[in-house]
Design a binder for this molecule. Structure first.
Ligand SMILES: Nc1ncnc2c1ncn2[C@@H]1O[C@H](COP(=O)(O)OP(=O)(O)OP(=O)(O)O)[C@@H](O)[C@H]1O
Length: 302
């Protein structure tokens, strides 16, 4: 549904804001875009929305090139980009009507359906200045969904929301994907949010893609257990007998065919005193900090 091919962008001659970034997002997938401040996330979204012209590369949305067939491509996209702005003194309904007037489109039945989708029907005739931050975000979502897009681009959509607002927004987005098969690209700094919502994530660092993987792998290929013991020498001996390595951090990668309980029982039978034994999975935060972390001085680690 989304295919970004070799995107390169220089805002200044000395430094590429994006350098040869490629990725694709399948239909119905939610993909997270992560990276430190200035990594290039908004530049990617800007290129996808035809607002930033890449120096090289192109984005294809549902078979249409944003750079060559801009109108057809953009017809497939709804977006919440940066902070949404509304006329405070108008109702939500009047705002949508005014914004739709710019494109000469208004279908009342479709607008009502969309408001039901984002659960804003009850308050749509109240003035926007009386809306909470969460309601403004839902109005922005309604506006993005009005043209019935196939792709939704969300730029830090939960910024400034309270925990209830974040939860509600997440549930709404997951429901939209489930019920309407939307393909979603989510730009966020919140790793937990990306871990909960996304099927896959891409990490940018200084304009380059440094990671792309599924967020929740269904069939883990590498199983690791963390062993804590005072009997390090005895444990190393037993591990060697099983053909396993016991590194100083205690993380043991199991070979094919061995299970956690089997390995634990071998340690116990050999008299190794076990303080703790638990499965270990690298979280998105572990991966992110490894790939994208910055030193306290603000320089990205080499
Ligand atoms: N219009 C512009 N003119 C000049 N430089 C720009 C422009 N837009 C972005 N940049 C630069 O391009 C680089 C990438 O910026 P971008 O806004 O894409 O990063 P980001 O990952 O979205 O950051 P943040 O998380 O802070 O929003 C930065 O060095 C930024 O200063």
């Amino acid at each position: 549904m989304i295919s970004a091919n070799s995107l390169t962008k220089y805002f200044t001659r000395s430094r590429a804001a994006l350098s040869d970034v490629s990725f694709s997002v399948n239909e119905g997938e939610i993909c997270g875009l992560l990276g430190h401040n200035g990594a290039g996330k908004s530049t990617v979204l800007g290129i996808m929305l035809g607002m930033v012209r890449p120096d090289a590369g192109e984005v294809i949305i549902a078979g249409h090139s944003v750079q060559k067939e801009r109108a057809q491509a953009l017809r497939q996209i709804g977006a919440i980009f940066e902070t949404p702005c509304f006329y405070e003194y108008m109702t939500g309904w009047r705002n949508l009507k005014t914004l739709c007037a710019f494109s000469g489109w208004w279908d009342e039945a479709q607008v009502k359906r969309t408001l039901d989708m984002v659960r804003l029907t009850d308050r749509i005739h109240s003035k926007v200045r009386t809306y909470s931050h969460g309601m403004r975000q839902r109005l922005a979502l309604a506006q993005a969904l009005l043209p019935m897009p196939k792709v939704l681009l969300l730029d830090e959509p939960t910024n400034g929301l309270d925990p209830e607002g974040i939860h509600e927004f997440r549930e709404t987005v997951l429901r939209l994907r489930k019920e309407h098969g939307l393909t979603i690209l989510l730009n966020s700094h919140l790793l937990a949010e990306v871990e909960m919502m996304c099927d896959r994530c891409i990490i940018l660092r200084e304009g380059q893609k440094v990671h792309e993987d599924v967020v929740k792998p269904t069939g883990e290929t590498r199983v690791e257990f963390e062993l804590k013991t005072q009997d390090v020498e005895a444990a190393q001996h037993v591990a060697r007998d099983m053909g396993l390595a016991l590194p100083p951090d205690g993380l043991i990668a199991l070979n094919d065919g061995l299970t956690g309980p089997e390995v634990l029982s071998r340690f116990v039978k050999a008299g190794v005193r076990i303080d703790s034994w638990r499965p270990h999975r690298r979280t998105l935060e572990d991966i992110y900090l490894e790939l994208s972390s910055r030193t306290p001085q603000g320089n990205v680690k080499s």
